[in-house]
Design a protein around this ligand. Structure first.
Ligand code: SAH
Ligand code: SF4
Ligand code: F3S
Length: 472
C-alpha cells in the first residue's frame, strides 16, 4: 500500500480516494465489536465513518438473526437502499453520480448471504461472521468491478488468533476471547450463524489487553463471547484463570465479561468475584425460563434449583453482586403453570434488570420443529406480565441504592427536562445520572464518586461527591 499524495491511497491496482462508509449494526455486543473491526480494516482503504447514509460511498449492514423482528428490520432497511442505486446522489467533489456499494454482513448474511444477493438487486455483496477480517479484500473486489458475490466460509484454522482493533477514543474496549457456540439450545440460531466454539490463547489475550492499556489508554475491558465461561476449554485454560492474569495489569481498572451460560459457572469464577479488585460486581446470567420442564425442552442443561444455587453462592462470595438475565416468554407449548413458574422465579432471583422477549421461531432449530399451540396474543400477554412484575421488583431494588455511594466512569452528557446531566455506569453496570457542579466542565471519561439521591425502576439520579479525573 502506498500513499501517492495526501489524499489517495493506492492498493494493488486501484486508487482509493477518501471515501465515507455508513454502517448499521443490529444485535449483540459481538456484532458491535465486529463492526469496529470492519471500520478499522476499512481505514486502510481510506474510508472514514459517516452517520448520514446520504453521504456514504459504501453502506454496510451488520445483521442479527436472533429473532424475526431483527430480520424484518434489516430487510426493510435494506429495501430502502434501492434508491441509492436507482436515484443516486451527486458526488459534491466530482459532480458525477455516486456509485454507492451496498454490503450485508453478520448473522443473517452467514446463513442467507447467497439468497440475499440474488433477491436484492441493490446488494453488491454479502459476508458471514467468520470472514470479518477479510472485509478489506471484499471491498477491494467490489471496487475492482466484481459484484454480486457472497463469502460465508468458516475459518478452519485450529487456533483463534486476532488482535483487538479499536477505532474510538473511549477508555472502554470490547475484547473477544471466544467465538461461536456449541450449546445448541433448541430455540437458538446462534450456533448456526457463529459456528463452533474456539478460544483465543490466554497469553495472547493478556498481551492484547496489556497493549490496549499501555498504548490506547484503555481502562475498562469487556471480555466477549456467546459463552465466555466456556473460555479455554479447548486449550486447558479457563475464564477464572484469565481474569486472574488480567487483574495484575497496571492501569486496567475494571474488567467485565458477557455472556455466561449457567451450566459453566465454575467455583473458581465465583471465587474470582469475591477476591478480584477489578472484576465488576455484575453477572449477566441468562436463565430463559423459571420452569424446569421448559428448560428441559430448551436443552439448557440446568435446573432452576441449580441456577438459584449459583446466585446464592455468588451473592455469598460477594454481597455487592448484581445479577441480570434474559427471559423468553411463550416457548412452544408453554403452559400457564410453566409461565407462572417464571413469574415466581423473578421473586426468588431478584434480578436487577431483565431482557425479556417473546419466543420467535427460527428456521433450522429444534424448537421450530416442535408442535406449538400458543398464539401471539398469549405470548404478548405473558411477556407483559413478566415485564410488569419485574418493574416492581426492580424499582424496589433500585430504591435500596438511595444514600449509597458508587464510583462511575462517565460516558456522556445529556439534558433531562432542561437540566444538564452527565451519565455513567457503576461497577454493577447500573446507569447513573448526575448534575455537574460546574456546567462548563467536561466530565467525559472521568471517574467520579456519586451518591444516589433518587431511583425508579429504570433510572437512577445522583449527586456528585468527588471528581477523580481521567486516571485513577
Ligand atoms: N449466548 C447467550 C445469549 C445469546 S442470544 C446465552 O446463551 O445466554 C441473546 C438472547 O436472545 C438469549 O439469551 C435469549 O433470551 C434470546 N433468544 C435467543 N433465541 C431466541 C428466540 N428464538 N426467540 C426469542 N428470544 C431468543
Ligand atoms: Fe444460543 Fe444457547 Fe448458545 Fe446462548 S448458549 S448462544 S442461547 S445456543
Ligand atoms: Fe444476533 Fe448474531 Fe448476536 S444472531 S444476537 S448478532 S450472535
Amino acid at each position: 500500500m502506498s500513499n501517492e499524495n495526501n489524499d489517495t491511497v493506492t492498493v494493488g491496482e486501484i486508487e482509493f480516494p477518501p471515501r465515507k462508509v455508513w454502517l448499521k449494526t443490529y444485535g449483540c455486543q459481538m456484532n458491535y465489536h465486529d463492526t469496529e473491526r470492519i471500520l478499522s480494516h476499512l481505514s486502510g482503504l481510506n474510508f472514514t465513518q459517516t452517520t448520514e447514509q446520504s453521504e456514504a460511498d459504501l453502506v454496510i449492514f451488520n445483521t442479527c438473526a436472533v429473532r424475526d423482528l431483527a430480520n424484518q428490520k434489516f430487510y426493510s432497511h435494506l429495501g430502502e437502499t434501492k434508491r441509492l442505486k436507482t436515484n443516486p446522489e451527486i458526488n459534491p467533489e466530482t459532480g458525477l453520480k455516486k456509485n454507492v456499494i451496498v454490503a450485508a454482513g453478520g448473522c443473517i448474511a452467514q446463513t442467507e448471504g447467497k439468497d440475499l444477493v440474488k433477491k436484492y438487486q441493490q446488494l453488491d455483496f454479502a459476508f458471514g461472521t467468520d470472514v470479518i477480517d477479510n472485509i478489506g479484500e471484499m471491498v477491494y473486489r467490489a471496487y475492482a468491478g466484481d459484484k454480486k458475490f457472497s463469502v460465508t466460509s468458516w475459518d478452519r484454522s485450529e487456533n483463534y488468533s486476532i488482535e483487538t482493533k479499536i477505532t474510538h477514543g473511549s477508555p472502554m474496549a470490547y475484547v473477544n476471547i471466544i467465538k461461536g457456540c456449541d450449546k445448541f439450545c433448541s430455540y437458538c440460531i446462534v450456533p448456526f450463524t457463529r459456528g463452533r466454539e474456539k478460544s483465543r490463547g490466554l497469553s495472547e489475550v493478556v498481551t492484547d489487553v496489556k497493549r490496549l492499556v499501555e498504548y490506547s489508554g484503555i481502562q475498562e475491558v469487556m471480555l466477549l463471547g456467546q459463552n465466555v465461561n466456556s473460555y479455554g476449554k479447548d486449550n486447558g485454560e479457563s475464564l477464572a484463570q484469565l481474569i486472574h492474569e488480567l487483574e495484575s495489569i497496571d492501569g486496567l481498572q475494571r474488567l467485565r465479561y458477557t455472556t455466561s451460560h449457567p451450566y459453566d459457572v465454575s467455583d473458581e469464577l465465583i471465587e474470582a468475584h469475591a477476591t478480584s479488585k477489578k472484576l465488576a460486581n455484575h453477572l449477566h446470567l441468562p436463565v430463559q425460563s423459571g420452569s424446569n420442564s421448559v428448560l428441559q425442552r430448551m436443552l439448557r442443561e440446568y435446573t432452576i434449583e441449580h441456577y438459584l444455587g449459583l446466585l446464592a453462592k455468588m451473592r455469598k462470595a460477594n454481597p455487592e453482586m448484581v445479577v441480570t438475565t434474559d427471559i423468553i416468554a411463550g416457548f412452544p407449548n408453554e403452559t400457564e403453570e410453566e409461565h407462572q413458574d417464571t413469574l415466581k422465579l423473578l421473586d426468588a432471583a431478584q434480578f436487577d434488570f431483565i431482557y425479556a422477549y417473546t419466543y420467535s421461531s427460527r428456521k433450522g432449530t429444534k424448537a421450530a420443529r416442535m408442535s406449538d399451540i400458543l398464539t401471539d396474543d398469549i405470548r404478548g400477554r405473558r411477556l407483559r406480565e413478566i415485564q410488569d412484575k419485574q418493574m416492581k421488583i426492580q424499582e424496589n431494588i433500585r430504591q435500596g441504592m438511595i444514600g449509597k455511594t458508587f464510583r462511575i466512569l462517565v460516558e456522556e452528557k445529556g439534558t433531562n427536562k432542561g437540566v444538564i446531566k452527565w451519565t455513567g455506569r457503576t461497577s454493577c453496570n447500573r446507569i447513573v445520572h448526575f448534575e455537574p457542579d460546574n456546567l462548563d466542565k467536561d466530565y467525559k471519561w472521568h471517574w467520579v464518586d456519586v451518591e444516589i439521591t433518587s431511583a425508579t425502576a429504570l433510572s437512577t439520579q445522583a449527586s456528585l461527591i468527588r471528581d477523580l479525573g481521567k486516571k485513577l
